[in-house]
Design a protein around this ligand. Structure first.
Ligand code: CLF
Ligand code: SF4
Length: 425
């Protein structure tokens, strides 16, 4: 591990990590962050506490850059998105749930999402990020689900310090404030962390450094993290969210942050490569490509054009039927749907000769024409990609080409909208 201080005589007491998992986790391993990608599934919009540096219009500041907003997905949408991303990113190792609120304040959604992903991929390394309030309730289930990496944001131990950081804590139907709120939160965090580490879970402690509020206590928090068996601490700078109670609070400088990390490294590993990423981040930590995968909503109908929709016959290129994930030239079978944008009926699976057989075979004109002819009764082809020449030749047969990269169902709705608009113009 690149983060381990070689002179740290106590480092033997810090867990070494889970072979084949922690060494593929880009946040837990300095080396892994250059090689392995993570994907966040934003299925957790609600939160159960009020941090003074947070504005809930945005993502959870305990794990994300303030002022960032992420999309929200249902567990089924998250599963579909995972399939899509997995098919495109070879070095995807970690699937994490980091908001945009708290993963455990949305436990039903979080649990269902992980169950669905596990059915798809037994190898995925699961990761959760939480404020820790609900750990005593859900930690046993977390372990059972095979979540081996959990981040808990723990900013203090002293409830009087906590009373200055947290506006409220909403726990078991009651809203607490001040010292009492912080006491409940810290008590649950400590109990939850201890339970998880005893079960072999690698726990990362995030600490938001708040000058003049918790900075004097951070070395004690780091010591406590080690005592409880945590793997690493991630001391993060406060960047107050716009509109939050701490909006005008002074920012922590890199110099101050590094001094604090160097001090705490005497006790426990320090994460120094955190990117405070979005709740829907995808890719290497240094190269977020989440914009390429954002939910592609069907185009809204413009007010200027009153669109009359009818049913259309649409040929879909899909490997397994759930996602539009095939290039037109590589498809040997199309799913032929009849759709009005809301109701989609699968008419048949139609075999076609492959349009593109590679450069050496590109002169196989008969083959290409046969592939195009096989689809000429359709109104559109719905594909992940299609070449310019194939598009032009389909258009001559009155077949529209739609490039799309999400689920078949949303792609059909999108295609019907496109066809209807074209007819209306
Ligand atoms: Fe995501 Fe967090 Fe898991 Fe990493 S992020 S849930 S531990 S997979 Fe990583 Fe991003 Fe920093 Fe978080 S760089 S904000 S530490
Ligand atoms: Fe905001 Fe704190 Fe809740 Fe995260 S845990 S969403 S920072 S209130």
């Amino acid at each position: 591990m690149g983060c381990v201080c070689p002179n740290n005589e106590n480092s033997a007491q810090v867990p070494a990590g889970i072979p084949g998992q922690t060494d593929r986790h880009p946040c837990y391993s300095q080396e892994a962050h250059l090689r392995y990608a993570r994907m966040h599934l934003p299925v957790a919009p609600r939160c159960n506490i009020g941090c003074n540096y947070c504005n809930r219009k945005y993502d959870c500041v305990n794990e994300s850059r303030p002022g960032v907003t992420s999309e929200v997905l249902s567990p089924d949408e998250a599963r579909d998105k995972f399939q899509l991303v997995k098919a495109r990113i070879e070095n995807l190792s970690v699937v994490g749930i980091a908001g945009p609120g708290d993963a455990l304040a949305n436990w039903q959604e979080t649990r269902r999402t992980l169950e669905l992903i596990r059915q798809q991929d037994p190898e995925a390394v699961f990761c959760l990020s939480t404020n820790g309030l609900m750990l005593p309730e859900y930690a046993p289930e977390i372990v059972k689900l095979g979540v081996n990496h959990v981040t808990v944001t723990m900013n203090c131990l002293d409830p009087d310090v906590g009373a200055r950081i947290y506006k409220f804590v909403h726990y078991q139907g009651v809203t607490y404030e001040g010292r009492e709120a912080a006491e409940i939160l810290v008590r649950n965090q400590l109990a939850g962390i201890e339970y998880l580490t005893k079960q072999g879970v690698m726990v990362k402690i995030n600490i938001v450094m708040l000058k003049g509020i918790n900075d004097a206590e951070i070395p004690e928090v780091a010591k406590k993290a080690k005592e409880l068996g945590a793997f690493i601490t991630n001391i993060m700078p406060l960047i107050p969210a716009p509109g939050s109670a701490f909006e005008s609070f002074p920012q922590t400088s890199t110099h101050e942050l590094n001094d604090m990390r160097n001090l705490c490294q005497l006790d426990i590993r320090q994460m120094r490569h955190c990117k405070q990423c979005r709740a829907d981040a995808i890719g290497l930590l240094d190269n977020d490509i989440s914009h390429e995968f954002r939910k592609t909503a069907p185009q809204p109908e413009t007010a200027a054009v009153k669109i009359q929709k009818r049913s259309y016959k649409i040929a879909v290129a899909s490997k397994h039927g759930a996602l539009v994930d095939l290039h037109f030239g590589h498809a040997t079978e199309f799913l032929i749907y009849m759709s009005d944008g809301h109701n989609h009926t699968l008419l048949e699976k139609r075999s076609v000769s492959q349009y593109c057989l590679g450069a050496a075979d590109c002169d196989q004109e008969k083959q290409k024409e046969a592939a195009l002819e096989a689809l000429q009764d359709c109104d559109a082809v719905l594909v992940m990609r299609i070449g310019f020449h194939a598009q032009k030749r389909l258009l001559r047969k009155n077949v529209m080409s739609i490039e799309y990269c999400y689920t078949v169902v949303s792609g059909l709705a999108y295609t019907v909208n496109q066809l209807s608009m074209k007819e209306a113009i």
